[in-house]
Design a protein around this ligand. Structure first.
Ligand SMILES: Cc1cc2nc3c(=O)[nH]c(=O)nc-3n(C[C@H](O)[C@H](O)[C@H](O)COP(=O)(O)OP(=O)(O)OC[C@H]3O[C@@H](n4cnc5c(N)ncnc54)[C@H](O)[C@@H]3O)c2cc1C
Length: 666
């Protein structure tokens, strides 16, 4: 996916830890699954990888400082290059522990004297923080800006996974994938893309090869696991076979098979006698699970089959997602309900949540997802950090992380730096300056500035700014971000997928509920894999939800589970699942898995109100609106501030925050 593919593979080899030194008890069946195979692992010894001679692995903040200062370099000579790190990524060990200490009041803050002065300090180097820096520079070209982020890489959720496989670079998204949204991009968000040189419509037409796998005869499948369904079985042909044929050998009762076929294929009005609006009002208030059983009168045996269908979009199962929300996504059962005006496209319209989406967004995505947008923003802010000029060449460009935080540069991006205190210097109403204290490499530092943008996460803000009004802090604490995992697995070849005729598998009962081959995008110098004999990346999604609880509670429990899960547990489950799904196609996890990156997001998608659980609020009463009020020299960006888990939301909120700030400077 990028320029010359140095060697993730070589790097991974350098990162190998002698299996003999692992503090991991091998199980009887582990060897066959390949748990003894040398791949990079990094989650032992409190998150510090013991990787002789390599920077690959989790860097403690002080190690990261050394690397950034040029004191450490990777064996490949490219320097500090987090996109190619494997093991536990996303919220990687070393990135969040300090914030959790702050949360539990366990972090003594002895304010040092401010050592640096900026016009603007931005907390959070995700799309929102980077966009805020971009917008501020448009308004104030000579402004001096510092961006702080607690991770060892920039981009927030928009992270790039980069592997060198078989002599070429293979890219995949570690988080945000698409330039998509339930609504069309605003003038602001679309305008920013245009200024960055991104024309999603044109790129979609020229670069996306959606039909490649179909063109070689692969289709989608469903994997039924023995723990949930009684026996392991992969069925292939979703979208190409009639449901009765597809499910003929599935471990389901005849009644369940018939009901699933009916739900997908029959055009029945299960709510006859109600008007369109009455139907929508009821569907908005019932879960899709309840719709299937109570309205469509399906056998409860269909529920385990559909349970995980909503994992990818909402991070919870069909027990916690409203029926009206899944209707526009063409979930089965609605085709006879006549919910849309004739000829109209189904549109989301959650009357209860106040979130009226209209659809119609872009469909293009870069090979590394919106990490490319983050990289374009960084290139614009710190031109020496990434070479090139276009949206095409950004894909294969190698970032030079040493350039991000150069003394004297107008914009500095400081990684592995966790803000722990943000306050106005003086009364908020009259303050002319603010102060930010952050920790890096185990040391606290302070900066003074004319203004601060908090482009981090809402629930963190009350701990950073305890002086905020109580009502605002309460509102900021309301949303609970969605925990989820995007796992990238490098495999030696994809002959097993070819053999089985499948490229995308829904696995409702398995550890990861979806598994698919890397999508095909050719852009600039980056060409996706075409031959089943070549190495490729597999994308797997896990959402640790807990059916039966309300959505925010499910997220809390899932987050705790994710933070408590070691890489070893992820790896064992990945190997087991791939072996069972693809074994009939001769997949051998011990021989075929080259590397694993687990992108763990305990604080993932921004919370979007759920009509099943949240009260109806007028706009000015909504927690995210109350929570984003400016506070003296401090304004609030980030996607939580828009209650929307989309890139356009992060950009729009950055713009609003900057406009609020600039208004106070007039
Ligand atoms: C797995 C996943 C997939 C997604 N897929 C899509 C998609 O396909 N399309 C789409 O449009 N959207 C998608 N989203 C949502 C999208 O990523 C977000 O809406 C957007 O990128 C959020 O940007 P942000 O800058 O507001 O927040 P973030 O990206 O979360 O960035 C905020 C940054 O602030 C940092 N931070 C927090 N506290 C501190 C502190 N105290 N000090 C320093 N730094 C701090 C955080 O660690 C983080 O790096 C996805 C999200 C996830 C998690």
């Amino acid at each position: 996916m990028r320029e010359k593919l140095r060697s993730t593979r070589v790097r991974a080899k350098h990162a190998i830890t002698d299996p003999g030194t692992w503090d991991i008890k091998m199980r009887a069946d582990d060897r066959g699954a390949g748990m003894d195979q040398p791949i990079a692992r990094r989650d032992f010894l409190n998150g510090v990888a013991i990787a002789a001679g390599s920077i690959a692995g989790v860097l403690l903040p002080d190690m990261a400082t050394e690397v950034l200062a040029g004191k450490a370099a990777s064996p490949a000579g490219r320097g500090y290059y987090p996109p190619s790190l494997t093991g536990l990524r996303g919220s990687h060990p070393g990135s969040f522990e300090l914030a959790h200490k702050l949360r539990y009041g366990d972090l003594p803050l002895q304010a040092p004297r401010p050592a640096e002065i900026y016009d603007l300090v931005i907390v959070g180097g995700g799309i929102s923080g980077l966009a805020a820096a971009y917008f501020y520079r448009e308004r104030k070209p000579s402004a001096r800006i510092l961006v702080l982020d607690n991770h060892d890489d920039f981009g927030g959720h928009a992270k790039r996974n980069e592997f060198e496989l078989g002599g070429r670079i293979e890219l995949i998204n570690g988080g945000t994938l698409g330039i998509d949204s339930p609504r069309p991009y605003s003038v602001i968000a679309a305008g920013l893309l245009r200024k960055l040189g991104v024309d999603p419509v044109k790129l979609d037409a020229t670069c996306t090869k959606k039909s490649f796998y179909g063109s070689i005869g692969l289709s989608r499948g469903i994997f039924f696991d023995r723990e949930t369904f009684g026996s392991d079985k992969l069925v292939v042909g979703v979208g190409t076979l009639a449901w009765a044929d597809l499910l003929a050998e599935a471990p389901l009762t005849p009644r369940v098979r018939t009901d699933i076929a009916r739900l997908y294929e029959a055009k029945i009005d299960y709510m006859a006698g109600l008007s369109r609006e009455q139907k929508k009002e009821r569907l908005a208030r019932m879960s899709y699970r309840d719709f299937l059983v109570n309205v469509a009168h399906a056998d409860p045996g269909v529920l385990p089959v559909f349970q995980a269908r909503t994992h990818g979009e909402w991070g919870v199962g069909i027990d916690a997602v409203g029926a009206l929300e899944v209707w526009p996504l063409r979930f089965p059962g609605f085709q006879g309900l006549d919910l849309a005006e004739p000829g109209a496209t189904p549109q989301m319209g959650f009357t209860a949540s106040g979130y009226a989406a209209t659809g119609g967004s872009y469909t293009f995505h870069f090979p590394d997802g919106n990490a490319s947008i983050a990289r374009l923003l960084v290139r614009s802010l710190v031109p020496s950090s990434i070479p090139g000029r276009s949206a095409e060449d950004i894909v294969t460009a190698t970032a030079d992380y040493r350039q991000l935080d150069r003394p004297g540069a107008p914009v500095r991006i400081r990684l592995s730096s966790t803000a722990v205190s943000v306050r106005n210097l003086g009364e908020p109403a009259s303050a002319r300056e603010a102060e930010v204290i952050y920790s890096r490499g185990g040391t606290l530092a302070a900066v003074r500035c004319k203004a601060v943008i908090l482009a981090c996460w809402n629930m963190m803000i009350p701990y950073l700014c305890p002086e905020l009004p109580e009502r605002q802090k309460e509102a900021l604490r309301y949303p609970v971000k969605t925990p989820l995992v995007y796992t990238s697995v490098a495999i030696r070849n994809w002959r097993a997928f070819r053999e089985l005729g499948v490229h995308d598998i829904y696995a409702p009962g398995s550890y990861h509920s979806s598994v698919r081959l890397n999508q095909t995008v050719d852009i600039g110098g980056y060409l996706s894999v075409r031959s089943p004999d070549d190495p490729i990346l597999v994308h797997m999604v896990r959402t640790p939800c807990k059916p039966g609880l309300d959505q925010r509670q499910q997220h809390r429990v899932g987050r705790a589970e994710l933070l408590d899960t070691s890489f070893e547990v992820f790896e064992r489950n990945i190997r087991d699942q791939l072996a069972r799904m693809l074994g009939p196609g001769n997949f051998d996890p011990a021989a075929d898995i080259i590397a694993i990156t687990v992108n763990r997001w305990p604080h993932g998608y921004a919370y979007e109100y759920n009509p099943l659980f949240d009260p109806y609020w007028n706009e000015h009463e909504q927690p995210h609106v109350i929570g984003r009020a400016p506070f003296g020299r401090i304004t609030i960006a980030n996607s939580d501030a828009g209650a929307g888990a989309y890139t356009d939301c992060a950009i729009d909120q950055a713009h609003r925050a900057i406009e609020e700030l600039v208004a106070t400077e007039k």
